[in-house]
Design a binder for this molecule. Structure first.
Ligand SMILES: NC(=O)c1ccc[n+]([C@@H]2O[C@H](COP(=O)([O-])OP(=O)(O)OC[C@H]3O[C@@H](n4cnc5c(N)ncnc54)[C@H](OP(=O)(O)O)[C@@H]3O)[C@@H](O)[C@H]2O)c1
Length: 281
């Protein structure tokens, strides 16, 4: 698996597995565990989860999937903003670790900006790191302004990443946040890279330009969408439970888009021409 360097010097895989929607239904539990295990077998060792997903249910699924292979996994979880006080963050992290049946997270994120001052959360993150319960920390759903304020706080200079919505139909961050993050060597994690779940607007994978490119490249549309994001230099965490999807997503790593394909994608899914509010799920 290709990796990107975090500011701490640690490596993070460029392609991983999301878990939003997992752990919500006993009937799909085993399939979700098997799916994550298959993804790990295929080398997608980064797993992104959160205390929010299934109210802890997704973390329990992940705990089962990584049993016996913790050291091969790059594990990311997130704290709810309403839990992100100095004490609350530490308690939330301990609960997550229990559900995940591990004693450390590779990366712990604040899920989105909330009413608790970020300086408090950062202090807690630093304590968790000192105790060895997390190796790195970061934030999620911060726009450029929020990001600039965050890095100026004590401990903000050690923020490892900002996880944001970024895909072919949501390219707003290319206007400001992405160039700034590149300049500051602060990796972006792209969530909802395919954006096809029932809760999302449909149509993106059916877009004629995307299906046309995919067909000519003998690839699935989702693979083109993922390959494009990897080419943008971000970390990509598609969620898939269907084994066919899991295999496709892993294979997207090997797809090299041509300049002509990139141009066609830019025509079909144009980059921003002005500043846009940060898109969020
Ligand atoms: N920080 C945040 O606020 C935030 C917000 C949203 C998401 N996230 C993280 O990012 C992850 C990914 O985002 P997401 O779950 O919203 O959306 P996504 O990964 O863009 O899309 C997931 C959907 O795409 C389908 N899919 C996966 N691979 C496919 C393929 N090769 N071809 C066709 N369909 C495919 C999945 O179906 P099957 O499951 O049936 O395979 C699922 O319905 C989340 O799971 C979560 O870990 C973070």
């Amino acid at each position: 698996m290709r990796t990107i360097k975090l500011p701490s010097g640690k490596s993070i895989p460029v392609l991983g597995q999301g878990t939003w929607g997992m752990g919500e239904d006993a009937a799909t539990r085993q399939a979700e565990i098997d799916g994550l295990s298959l993804g790990l077998d295929l080398g997608m060792t980064l797993i992104d989860t959160a205390e929010m997903y299934g109210e802890g249910g997704a973390e329990k699924i992940v705990g089962e999937a990584i049993k016996g292979r913790r050291d091969d996994v790059f594990l990311v979880s997130k704290v709810y903003p309403h839990n992100a006080s100095a004490k609350g963050t530490i308690a939330a992290c301990r609960r997550s670790l229990e559900r995940l049946k591990t004693d450390y997270l590779d990366l712990y994120l604040l899920h989105w900006p909330g009413s608790v001052p970020l300086s408090e959360t950062l202090m807690a993150f630093k304590l968790l790191r000192e105790e060895g319960l997390i190796l790195d920390y970061g934030i999620s759903n911060f726009d450029l302004k929020g990001m600039q304020k965050a890095v100026a706080l004590p401990g903000g200079d050690e923020i490892a990443t900002n996880q944001v919505l970024y895909n072919l139909v949501n390219r707003g961050i290319e206007w400001d946040l992405l160039p700034w993050s590149r300049e500051n060597a602060l990796p972006i994690m792209s969530y909802s890279p395919i954006e096809t779940s029932a809760a999302h607007q449909r149509g993106f994978l059916d877009h004629p330009s995307l299906t046309g490119i995919a067909e000519r490249a003998s690839a699935a549309p989702a693979q083109i969408a993922i390959a494009w994001l990897i080419r943008q230099g971000v970390i990509v965490i598609p969620k898939a439970s269907n084994p066919k999807h899991i295999r496709e997503n892993r294979e997207a790593l090997d797809i090299v888009l041509t300049a002509a394909e990139i141009e066609l994608l830019d025509q079909a899914f144009p980059p921003p021409v002005r500043q846009l509010p940060l898109a969020m799920r």
